[in-house]
Design a protein around this ligand. Structure first.
Ligand SMILES: *Cc1c(COP(=O)(O)O)cnc(C)c1O
Ligand SMILES: [Zn+2]
Length: 420
């Protein structure tokens, strides 16, 4: 697989592999294109090569948009060291499945990345490409997790970084960004305001904004989630994936990853049903899905799921098309359901996820309750972030017994435990 050029998703105009992201003819988004023609069809050899690769996303380097040259003996390029992402656990969640009346549910726990969200995948790819293109400074417009990851990658690689966030972000996410020594800017406004500001800054500064001018490369990083799921399932596709949707990039790129491997014969069978998950308080894609529209009407976000609070999702139309094409859906859940989703996942799997994972788990529960999931389906729930970053969401959801340090006090506070 060789990366060849950037291509407009709408009019197919071609562009060189530079820091470009929008088509000058039709303003469509640009995406990375590859040439598969050198592929000799030896599936076993490719699988062996992947399995012998590093324990991080660079085991899939052949499917990512980097120049770089051939990997060294350890499978690593000098430009790709720093903060390795990926190879997160895929865990069979029988207790969760049982609770929901399902047969087979797997949890892909992407909180187990260096900065505790799936954003390390996309940032690793974008920053590596930024270095190849000669950028000295990295930057981003973030709903929270991207900020953590860009700041940490800047520190790991010794690059200057600028991180722009909505000023009202969760305190944990702000602290877990500033600690890396980045230039942190809180903008009074929504994420969509932050993104607009950064798009303006991007035009007159020689910076690599990972999710703006480097977006075509950034987005490719999400494919590694699909590659890992398939590899961890023994080179098989799941029947269904439930995935959170903010801009819709992760959702659509997981499907693209599965598709690339299907086209090369590395995987057999149909594309999984793709179910997108949003919060009621920011559900432009779910609303368009329900209304049968092909495009999303922008909204002003109001939800505890701040990492998903993008009111004007760039990949909304593609996410709608994907959900419809695969027999999936895009659903939304209330803040109360999000809190319950966090509790359900924690209490049945031992995995504590942030509000975005509460959204995803609650949507899975909704699909199960609605009878959308067949008895023989293998379902993958994509958990994208860590619960310690959104502690307010679980405050007050359980009781603590505070007691004097005596046996009597314990027996009085927690009756029903029998002494021998
Ligand atoms: C960024 C993010 C997503 C999804 O982002 P997209 O813009 O749709 O790719 C999902 N979960 C978490 C925790 C995130 O930080
Ligand atoms: Zn175009």
């Amino acid at each position: 697989m060789a990366v060849t050029h950037l291509e407009c998703k709408e009019c197919k105009a071609q562009y060189p592999l530079e820091a470009l992201y929008v088509c000058e003819h039709c303003f469509g988004p640009l995406e990375v294109a590859y040439d598969h023609s050198a592929w000799n069809g030896d599936v076993a050899e490719v699988r062996r090569k992947i399995q012998g690769g590093p324990q991080n996303i660079w085991r899939y380097a052949d499917f990512l948009p980097l120049a770089g040259g051939p990997p060294g003996p350890s499978g690593r390029l000098a430009s790709r060291v720093g903060l390795p992402a990926g190879c997160t656990p895929l865990i069979r969640a029988d207790r969760l499945a049982e609770r929901l009346g399902l047969r087979e549910v797997w949890v892909k726990n992407d909180a187990a990345n260096p900065t505790h969200s799936f954003k390390d995948r996309v940032v690793s790819v974008a920053v590596t490409r930024a270095r190849e293109l000669g950028f000295q400074t990295i930057a981003c417009a973030s709903t929270g997790n991207l900020a953590n990851s860009v700041a940490a990658h800047g520190a790991a690689l010794g690059m200057e970084s600028y991180v722009f966030i909505p000023a009202d972000l969760e305190e944990q996410k702000v602290l877990a960004t500033g600690v890396y020594g980045t230039s942190l800017v809180g903008v009074e406004g929504s994420y969509d305001d932050v993104n607009r500001l950064c798009t303006e800054l991007c035009a007159d500064r020689d910076w690599a904004f990972v999710n703006i001018n480097l977006r075509p490369y950034y987005a490719e990083g999400s494919k590694t989630l699909a590659f890992e799921i398939a590899e961890q399932l023994g080179w098989e596709l799941p029947d269904r994936c439930v995935v959170p949707v903010a801009s819709g990039s992760l959702f659509t790129k997981i499907a693209r990853g599965f598709n690339e491997w299907r086209e090369l014969g590395l995987l057999d069978g149909p594309l999984p049903r793709m179910n997108g998950a949003q919060a009621d308080g920011c559900s432009p894609v779910a609303s368009a899905f329900a209304a049968g529209h092909d495009v999303c009407r922008p909204v002003k976000p109001r939800t505890i799921a701040k990492s998903l609070a993008i009111g004007n999702p760039a990949d909304g139309p593609y996410a709608l098309d994907l959900a419809r094409r695969t027999g999936g859906s895009v659903d939304s859940v209330s803040d109360e359901e999000i809190r319950a989703g966090i509790g359900l996942l924690a209490q049945t799997t031992g995995i504590f996820t942030e509000t975005a994972g509460g959204v995803t788990t609650a949507v899975l529960a909704k699909l199960a309750e609605r009878g959308d999931i067949d008895a023989d389906e293998r379902v993958v729930l994509v958990i994208t972030g860590e619960g310690l970053k959104t502690l307010d969401a679980v405050r007050g959801t359980f009781e603590t017994h505070t007691i004097e340090p005596t046996v009597e006090a314990f027996a009085a506070a927690v009756p029903g435990t029998v002494s021998v």
